[in-house]
Design a protein around this ligand. Structure first.
Ligand code: ZN
Length: 279
């Protein structure tokens, strides 16, 4: 599943191809994604891309009004890669592959193609202000922004009895901390994934927030190394290329203390941790 670093890498891959270009058409081959692709996406026709950005795992393609007199942003396309989605840059005339559901056709003969075998992805329309969109309005802060801190985690966790791992994976608390990154960050901070969120101290939340930023930044940096191949690859920019400390290392020795890494199912997801280093 594309996690935040892969989505950020996707953004950096498609952004230069989109910004400043005019959209000639949005061609929908198969509208049945997670929700039906709405007819509104046709509003993109004839409009110029002002900028592309990311909020959590959503990609936003911001468009002008299509009229020279109106220069403000007028909404645009909103894309989520779901479980198996990807975007790639190709020539408009290239024959579509299986699961190529939507094309954003540009005015220079290129197109951005949305492929999604499992069809849990989202391809829809947003209107300003973006932060009020129903998919975006309840999201917590970006982990790499100034709004995210150990103090934020500590304050929001008071009185919570649920596992700290589920707490940091809750998008209302902080966005983009997927299963792999939660396991890695909790190991780096020395916090047991099953510990009650309300029983982690402010000092340890500072360490956890720093670990979350570190693990995501490193994953983004690694994703960036595959960018030059973006337009001729299958659209999968180096998923899971990161060197992992505990994730999927059940039974292997902990890099810090040599104790075997354990796996436990928490909230229906496999959690990996060191029983000696994490308390
Ligand atoms: Zn250990």
């Amino acid at each position: 599943m594309p996690e935040l670093p892969e989505v950020e890498t996707t953004l950096r891959g498609i952004e230069p191809a989109l910004t400043g270009r005019t959209i000639n058409a949005v061609m929908v081959r198969n509208a049945s994604l997670r929700w039906p692709v709405p007819d509104q996406v046709d509003l993109a026709r004839g409009r110029r891309v002002i900028r592309c950005w990311r909020r959590a795992k959503y990609l936003l393609i911001e468009l002008d009004s299509g009229e020279p007199a109106v220069t403000s942003a007028q909404g645009g396309l909103l894309i989520h890669l779901g479980m198996s989605g990807s975007l790639r840059i190709c020539e408009t005339g290239d024959a579509p592959r299986k699961h190529d559901h939507v094309d954003i056709v540009l005015d220079n003969g290129k197109c951005i193609r949305f492929n999604d075998p499992r069809r849990f992805g989202v391809f829809t329309w947003w209107e300003p202000p973006a932060q009020d969109h129903k998919l975006l309005r309840d999201l917590g802060p970006e982990p790499l922004s100034g709004a995210f801190s150990g103090n934020h985690l500590w304050q929001r966790s008071r009185g919570r009895k649920g596992a700290v791992k589920n707490f940091i994976m809750d998008g209302k608390i902080v966005v983009g901390v997927g299963n792999i990154y939660a396991a890695e960050a909790l190991f780096m901070a020395g916090i047991h994934p099953m510990r009650a969120a309300g029983r982690v101290s402010a000092v340890r939340y500072e360490a956890l927030a720093a670990a979350i930023r570190d693990v995501l930044s490193r994953a983004i940096a690694l994703g960036g190394t595959t960018l030059r191949d973006f337009s001729n690859s299958d659209g999968n920019p180096g998923y899971f290329a990161q060197e992992l400390l505990v994730y999927e290392r059940e039974g292997l020795p902990c890099f810090q203390c040599q104790a075997p890494v354990r796996r436990k199912v928490i909230g229906q997801r496999s959690s990996y941790y060191c029983p000696r280093c994490q308390r």
